[in-house]
Design a protein around this ligand. Structure first.
Ligand code: KG4
Ligand code: ZN
Length: 355
């Protein structure tokens, strides 16, 4: 493999991101990575509004390109873009920009799954050895919770997935119940730092089943009912908002910590079960929830218990970014069959990583 520089473009949700990643063999270097978050814009609405996200991407992406990328594409060997999954109006902005640049510069266009990108965030840590296959990956983001067996580059098998909410989505919904601002994951994990994870015994979905699927909706409902019980008035008016009287700080911290414990516990126990079946060479954590400190610590402990390395993305590459898209694009670009024709490429909000 000769040295190649890949431009990555990511607009699947509420971060506009561009990156330049160079690669030689299995080793990647992040030359540039910029992420413009729209969270403050969406916090007003309590979640991401697709059309607002698209407009923000449109406003952000050209100044970003102007600032970060030579206008003639000099030094760039290929353009990788998130094709999906994600919000259709948001994805379209990145895809159309990437198509235009590829057409204008006569460079290969490489569509990438956002989920594959999350896995490849683990190739971005400077100085670390490239991961060895087969890898068992726990992918936990705002939209997905999956256990994936990665046998080689681009060779994935999904071993399990969530049957309802994703882990990140559960964090976001419980955060709303606790009147924390969007996005909920970082807010809950901060609150949990001073809480007792054993204070409430929240349910661990599907642990009694032998398969490798997840379910977080029962846990979410259990948190809701626990909150309602604390305010008897609400039981008479079940459709009313969760609470009217403020919760004691300790109670909120304990609920956050116990909820987080239940999520982490299920994720770790199902990953362990999967690892015992497939005996991977390494365990890999990926997706926005991989920024959670409690999960990272338990994941490392699991890997050392199983005697295999734990691959955990740097914080900056755990949540959405374009360096991970460029990284996935770099490996995909090794096979020309992965190149797309600019006029034919379309965003695919339901794109899957593996069958
Ligand atoms: O991967 P990501 O940035 O976007 C998607 O592809 O969905 O993941 C975002 C999700 C959100 O649900 C957010 O609440 C969660 O990751 N998240 C966290 C933490 N940081 C982000 N969840 C728990 N603890 C965190 N520290
Ligand atoms: Zn993501």
């Amino acid at each position: 493999m000769k040295k190649k520089a890949i431009l990555g473009i990511e607009t699947s949700c509420d971060e506009t991101a561009l990156a330049l990643v160079s690669g030689e063999g299995e080793q990647l270097t992040v030359e540039k990575s910029v992420v413009l978050s729209q969270v403050q814009e969406h916090a007003k609405y309590g979640g991401v509004v697709p059309e607002v996200a698209a407009r923000q991407h449109l406003e952000a992406i050209f100044p970003m390109l102007e600032h970060e990328v030579p206008s003639d594409g000099a030094g760039i060997d290929a353009i990788a873009v998130t094709q999906g999954p994600g919000l259709a109006p948001a994805l379209r902005i990145g895809v159309e920009v990437a198509k235009t640049l590829a057409w204008l510069w006569h460079k290969p266009l490489v569509p990438v799954s956002h989920l594959e990108g999350h896995l490849y965030a683990n190739w971005l840590s400077d100085g670390k050895r490239a991961p060895e296959f087969p890898i068992l990956a726990l992918l936990v983001s705002g939209g997905h919770t999956e256990l994936i067996l990665m046998r080689g580059h681009g060779d994935f098998e999904r071993l399990g997935e969530t049957l309802d909410d994703a882990a990140g989505e559960a964090f976001d919904k419980v955060a709303k119940m606790l009147e924390l601002s969007y996005p909920g994951g970082p807010a809950i994990s901060k609150l949990a730092e001073n809480g007792n994870p054993q204070a409430y015994d929240f349910p661990r979905g599907l642990l009694d089943r032998p398969d490798l699927n997840f379910s977080f909706s029962g846990l979410k409902t259990s948190v809701l009912y626990t909150l309602r019980k604390m305010n008897p008035k609400e039981q008479d008016e079940p459709r009313a908002s969760y609470r009217r009287e403020p919760l004691l700080p300790q109670v909120r911290q304990d609920i956050a910590a116990s909820f987080q414990e239940a999520v982490v516990d299920v994720l770790i126990r199902k990953t362990k079960r999967a690892a015992q079946r497939v005996e991977p060479a390494a365990l890999m954590l990926a997706g926005g929830v991989a920024a959670n400190r409690a999960l990272r610590a338990r994941f490392e402990a699991l890997a050392s218990e199983l005697g295999c390395p734990a691959l955990i993305p740097d914080f900056q590459f755990a949540t959405d970014n374009a360096a991970m898209i460029a990284a996935a694009g770099y490996f995909r670009a090794q096979d020309q069959r992965h190149f797309a024709s600019p006029p034919a490429l379309a965003a695919n909000p339901n794109l899957e990583i593996a069958k």
